[in-house]
Design a protein around this ligand. Structure first.
Ligand SMILES: [Zn+2]
Length: 187
């Protein structure tokens, strides 16, 4: 039991999910008497989860995955390179990973500019999954701000980027939600 709980909570790919999510993942494959209680106790005693909850200044170690409670609430953006240049001139791979389902979409791109990434993000991701997602990337602050500005430009929104308060190099980026997009376009 202890091993099952540890395996479904601690590793990087599990990413220290909350008690509810740890429970639902384990319940897919296991059952034992008092399972919910033991998972609750386990979750409450996890040292890393405690530190994360109790200390707002706590900076997540690289690779730790932010908790998400529904599909496309938190999406990672990641660029990998270099690859052999394709006949179309693409040599980077732009990846979007939904933190809840671990669902990934990958697109070949020819450069790593925010503009190129926004193009893919809006035409491929927003059209199918909406814009409510929080985006996480370690591409750097200037990339983030141009990404945000370009997204707003394409979606027709006038919104300001939230101030970056975390010292972590992985800064969250809030893109405008579809509702605010609609209300802006009605004016
Ligand atoms: Zn934990």
């Amino acid at each position: 039991m202890q091993e099952v709980m540890t395996l479904n909570h601690d590793p990087l790919y599990a990413g220290h999910p909350g008690i509810k999510r740890t429970y639902s993942v384990i319940a897919l494959r296991y059952w034992w008497p008092g399972m919910r209680k033991s998972i609750e106790d386990f979750g409450r005693s996890c040292d890393l989860c405690l530190r994360r909850k109790g200390n707002r200044e706590f900076v997540a170690p690289i690779g730790e995955v932010e908790e998400s409670t529904a599909p496309f609430l938190v999406t990672s953006l990641d660029i990998t390179s270099p690859y052999v240049t394709s006949p179309r001139g693409n040599k980077y791979i732009l990846k979007f990973i939904d933190h809840f389902t671990k669902y990934m979409e990958a697109f070949p791109i020819h450069d790593q500019t925010a503009e190129t990434c926004v193009q893919i993000y809006v035409t491929q991701l927003v059209t199918r999954h909406g814009t409510g997602s929080k985006l996480i990337t370690d591409q750097g602050r200037s990339f983030m701000s141009s990404f945000f500005q370009d997204t707003c430009k394409i979606l027709g929104c006038e919104l300001r980027a939230p101030p970056v308060t975390t010292p972590s190099k992985i800064a969250p980026l809030n893109v405008p939600s579809l509702t605010s997009y609609r209300s802006v376009s009605l004016h």
